[in-house]
Design a protein around this ligand. Structure first.
Ligand code: GLY
Length: 382
């Protein structure tokens, strides 16, 4: 039991000798020392965090580590996607080496996706690999980026194009940390939560239709349930396809479109990743229904839910009103899932019935994009 009475949930990511637990609950930062002690090779860690998260959560984490006798140093990077680059990676590696972080020490990533991806990549290459632990503090990182071992930095050619698969030793998802998250970020993180219902879990989608608003109200039990279901779903997919040679691509439902929108918007906070994912999910279902694969009632239901949750469903809502289908397709061709010039799509036969295909004509995609990029959401149509 946690201090406020919500039970902790443990989700196991089964990857043979790289297996690890995701612990989900309330007030876990205050108990981090106890949880970390059980997996550390020796009681010494370097915490990597950003300036925003440090002000909110670092003291609590350090007090807990101190109480458990775990020596801890801190590296603070500037907050924001702009930090996920080679310059910042080099600066972090320099500091880790100056701190003499050794093979048996552990790097702790405290923060959202940027911190987790950068710290994870640093851990993967420092001294050819040191252990690392994820303590995600955003909804998006708790349900997606902290789990499954994808680490990366962005380069001028695109997002996450240089990185490594490198699994953490433990993930601590403290839903109490979400109470300090700006409302827009919580909502954006929801875009990744709803994805799991759409991939293969219709019952979860129905639960979200009823309980999504409670999550945005910050109800801990609703948040903990959604994080646990999302992590269980992701853990199962990662366990059967760690390096994305097959099923793991399902986790990219909506993401080929989302990454193209983000590339166009830039990474300055105008369009958050989860907002781009929401628009991408809507596009994936629209395309599926236009191709006659998915009932139009299902794509309409997905759009209704996203709109009800206050998520964008069109690029024009996010200031991308002049984006054309050709420009969007140009960005999509840089996607990591492009194989021999062929784009891979995650489409759906219905809610909870997604599948991977290379068999989509570019003309059909272009037609969908041309309509979608002109379409205003129902709420703003005159
Ligand atoms: N975020 C998608 C994946 O981890 O595979």
């Amino acid at each position: 039991m946690t201090a406020s009475g919500l039970d902790e949930t443990t989700v196991r990511v089964d990857l043979a000798e790289r297996s690890y637990d995701i612990i989900i609950g309330e007030n876990l930062l205050a108990q981090a020392g106890r949880h970390l002690a059980s997996v550390l090779a020796r009681p010494r860690v370097a915490i990597i965090t950003d300036s925003t998260v440090a002000a909110l959560h670092l003291t609590q984490l350090q007090e807990s580590l101190d109480a458990a006798g775990i020596q801890n140093d801190v590296i603070i990077i500037p907050a924001g996607e702009g930090s996920k680059n080679f310059t910042q990676l080099q600066a972090v590696l320099d500091q880790l080496l100056e701190l003499r972080i050794e093979r048996r020490d552990t790097i702790v990533a405290l923060g959202g996706g940027v911190v987790g991806d950068l710290a994870g990549f640093a851990a993967a290459i420092l001294r050819r690999g040191v252990d690392f632990i994820q303590i995600p503090t955003t909804l998006l990182s708790q349900v997606d980026s902290s789990v499954g071992g994808k680490t990366a930095v962005n380069v001028s050619q695109g997002k996450n194009l240089v990185g490594a698969f490198y699994q953490p030793r433990l993930v601590l998802a403290d839903v109490s940390a979400l109470s300090t998250l700006p409302e827009r970020e919580l909502r954006a993180g929801y875009g990744e939560v709803v994805k799991y219902g759409l991939i293969d879990d219709f019952a979860f989608f129905e639960w979200l239709e009823g309980n999504g608003p409670h999550m945005l109200d910050g109800v801990p039990s609703a948040l903990a349930h959604a994080v646990a279901v999302s992590c269980r779903s992701k853990a199962a997919i990662v366990a059967r396809d760690e390096r994305e040679s097959g099923d793991r691509a399902l986790l990219n439902l909506g993401h080929t479109f989302a990454h193209a929108l983000e590339a166009e918007a830039g990474y300055d906070g105008r369009l958050l990743h989860g907002e781009a994912v929401a628009i991408g999910l809507d596009m994936a279902f629209t395309l599926s229904s236009q191709l006659g694969l998915c009932p139009s009632q299902d794509s309409a239901r997905v759009r209704r839910h996203l709109e009800r949750m206050g998520l964008p469903v069109s690029a024009s809502q996010m200031g991308l009103g002049t984006l054309t289908a050709d420009v969007m397709l140009g960005h999509m061709r840089q996607d990591k899932k492009v194989s021999q010039g062929q784009l891979t799509f995650i489409l759906a036969k219905g809610i909870g019935q997604s599948f991977i295909t290379n068999d989509v004509s570019e003309d059909a995609v272009k037609e969908m994009l041309q309509a979608a990029l002109q379409t205003k959401p129902a709420s703003t149509r005159s």
